[in-house]
Design a protein around this ligand. Structure first.
Ligand SMILES: [Zn+2]
Length: 351
């Protein structure tokens, strides 16, 4: 929808848009039921970046917090095993299973990461998080190559879950389940001939996985493991992803979410200011639904909570007014990050 009024943030409409997802999952998203926690994260984080976390009533905030804690997988009762601990994605799979199917009851790194971010944005003190168990769950998922599987019940292992594991370790302030040296080695091996970073070694460089890799190196203080030449070449690769908005790979169409994935990567490397903010902003606004709220990946296509949140986060990175500051590594607001830092201080004083 390209018109004059669509050059401005439809703030009120976006607040209503996210509130709808917190009350009911639309049928168009029913196939995402098993990853419902991520929809809660995009909605709550979206309201947070809009400066509207108080639009969620105190009663609803506490219901969301209680629901998230119900999804936490606790150590096995029979022997105390913690390898399956973490958060599951949906109450649909949060059932007591008989022994034959009990391997389906296990945490998932992306769900654990987004559940923790959602709890932080809602102001929870993480006191019900079984920190030791979750760190053991993270440890059980790191592979010999240094990357991570998402879940013990079996799935792919790649850069996305390296990032989730790093965020969980950072948030819980405990790196005992994350072998930093192995993960760093995996990231450096995943840098391509063009100096972008891929899901795994030998695959195509990608804006999303480059973000995951850079954020992990930043959270683990290992950005200095890349040589100056590698860093400069990666900066070049990232800057060249701008068309008007940003694309994830060369010769691919631009997409609203890369204003965050590539924008945040450029921010971590201190060169976001070398990009053209106006054309980036113009593209993202072309994907805004000014009437009912939300952003889509392309103009005149369906909006969704992920592109809506990432569109707002991308606009926040370039200083759009009416939005709170985003911390690019963890992908939460500075407000939620400050709350996390106060929890870290509290935990340290309890030692
Ligand atoms: Zn996208």
């Amino acid at each position: 929808m390209i018109n004059e009024e669509n050059k401005e943030l439809a703030h009120r409409q976006h607040v209503k848009y996210f509130m709808r997802f917190l009350n009911i999952l639309p049928s168009s998203l029913s196939s995402h039921d098993s990853t419902r926690v991520t929809i809660a994260y995009f909605s709550v984080a979206g309201l947070d970046v809009l400066g509207s976390i108080t639009s969620i009533s105190i009663e609803l905030r506490s219901r969301i917090i209680d629901w998230l804690y119900l999804l936490q997988v606790q150590p096995r009762k029979s022997d105390g095993d913690m390898s399956t601990c973490g958060f599951q994605g949906s109450s649909t799979i949060n059932i007591e299973l008989d022994n034959a199917n009990s391997h389906y009851r296990c945490g998932h790194l992306a769900m654990t990461y987004t559940a923790l971010c959602t709890l932080l944005a809602l102001g929870d003190d993480l006191s019900r998080v079984n920190r030791k168990a979750i760190i053991n769950g993270v440890k059980a998922l790191q592979t010999e190559e240094g990357n991570f599987s998402a879940t013990l019940s079996g799935c792919e292992s790649d850069m996305r879950f390296v990032y989730c594991a790093a965020c969980i370790s950072y948030i819980l302030n405990d790196w005992s389940g994350f072998n930093v040296e192995k993960a760093t080695d995996y990231i450096i091996k995943s840098m391509g001939y063009d100096y972008g970073i891929a899901q795994c070694p030998e695959l195509e460089s990608h804006g999303g996985t480059t973000y995951c890799a850079l954020a992990t190196l930043s959270l683990t203080n290992r950005l200095d493991q890349l040589s100056e030449y590698q860093l400069d070449s990666l900066r070049r690769w990232l800057v060249f992803r701008q068309v008007d908005g940003f694309q994830g790979r060369p010769n691919k169409p631009v997409d609203t979410c890369y204003s965050f994935w590539v924008g945040a990567s450029l921010k971590m490397l201190d060169i976001l200011h070398l990009t053209n903010y106006n054309s980036n902003k113009r593209y993202v606004y072309e994907t805004q639904d000014y009437v009912v709220g939300g952003f889509s990946k392309w103009p005149d296509t369906c909006t969704d909570p992920m592109h809506t949140y990432l569109g707002l986060a991308g606009l926040s990175l370039i200083g759009e007014s009416g939005l709170l500051e985003i911390v690019p590594t963890l992908n939460i607001t500075r407000r939620a990050y400050d709350h996390l830092k106060s929890l870290h201080q509290k935990w340290a004083s309890e030692l």
